[in-house]
Design a protein around this ligand. Structure first.
Ligand code: ZN
Length: 343
């Protein structure tokens, strides 16, 4: 056992004390600490306080393990912040990905439910969330007597806190501290926001998001999901059809991208994956560049499907022309809408 393992084990043991305070808030220990360090909330939000005891300092250090290893279970939704808290059943972040909308001063989950009918308010969900997230939320069951929201452990499959599972959470935390890296999810967070702000048709925004999540049904992705298909690219039959291959590196794709002579990100030479490339375009280019990037990617994917399912072929010039026209037309249509509204 190395030093870091020992540290992780130590944190896990301390996290167990924090977990007990969450589970049994009326216990003597919980009430004692609560009075002093978190009078208005639960232990997860506790501050270190002034002049903390040694025991509390140690427990406080372990709270990050609890924050990482838990999420909310929705009861009446009154304690859960829609965008800041972890409350979706979707690992690994458990957080809402859809960009924040204005929900007034208290954007809590209860504002998404109908308290009398004890159901989700579909109209509000559709307004505020990306379609796949609407589905995720609608699938969260609401209990008919709307109990208080509660915290559940997600560090293992059983959903029951154990020192062993907390040890793994702690170890991961220590490892990521040492690498000095924020997690990948965090790195891509600004990307989701940017995608949602793009001035392009909604179907392309959704495609862009799925593309960056590596969630479009390429042959490689179908195979990974257990569907027996040949993973070779159906167009060139030279390489496996991964997302980057079909969108960036297959013959047709390369010919299309070569039309974008002043495009940022050096797409033709790039070996990065799609989301890294999109981040590069954000840092080196304009919003318009990102719109073109996803517009062209969508059109390449569209023509790939045309070729496979309809056996219709196309040229790089056609793809490039369709894509750029589509982005432009959408923006012109939107602009004339906006000026009409202003008058
Ligand atoms: Zn290919």
């Amino acid at each position: 056992m190395g030093f870091r393992d020992l540290q992780a084990f130590n944190l896990a043991m301390l996290a167990k004390q924090g977990w007990r305070m969450l589970e049994e808030p009326s216990s003597l220990m919980a009430r004692m600490y609560k009075a002093k360090y978190f009078p208005n909330g639960d232990v997860l939000g506790a501050s270190i306080g002034s002049n903390p005891s040694y025991a509390w300092r140690s427990i406080h250090k372990s709270l990050e393990v609890l924050r990482q290893g838990t999420r909310w279970r929705v009861g009446n939704g009154k304690l859960i912040h829609i965008w800041d808290d972890k409350w979706l059943p979707t690992p690994t972040t458990y957080k809402v990905i859809s960009p924040p909308k204005d929900f007034g001063a208290f954007p809590v989950v209860s504002s998404l439910t109908d308290e009398d009918a004890k159901t989700w308010r579909r109209d509000r969900l559709v307004e505020a969330f990306l379609p796949f997230e609407v589905t995720t939320i609608l699938n969260i069951p609401l209990c008919h007597h709307l109990p208080e929201d509660s915290i559940i452990w997600v560090g293992n499959k059983k959903g029951i806190f154990s020192v062993k599972s907390a040890y793994y959470v702690a170890k991961k935390l220590l490892d990521s501290d040492i690498q000095g890296e924020t997690s990948r999810g965090d790195v891509r967070a600004p990307l989701w926001k940017r995608i949602w702000q793009l001035n392009i048709p909604e179907k392309i925004r959704i495609f862009a998001w799925r593309l960056c999540m590596n969630a479009i049904p390429t042959m490689v992705n179908l195979n990974r999901r257990g569907i027996q298909v040949d993973v070779l690219c159906p167009i060139c039959k030279m390489e496996e059809e991964a997302v980057e291959h079909v969108i960036l590196r297959c013959e047709l794709a390369k010919a299309v991208w070569s039309k974008w002579s002043d495009g940022p990100g050096n797409i033709l030479e790039s070996r990065s994956d799609i989301s890294d490339l999109a981040l590069k375009i954000i840092s080196q280019g304009t919003q318009r560049d990102l719109e073109i990037f996803f517009g062209v990617a969508w059109t390449i994917w569209y023509h790939r499907n045309q070729l496979i399912f309809e056996a219709s072929t196309t040229t790089a010039d056609q793809v490039w022309g369709t894509a750029t026209r589509m982005v432009e037309d959408f923006q012109i249509a939107n602009k004339s809408c906006a000026t009409r509204k202003e008058k």
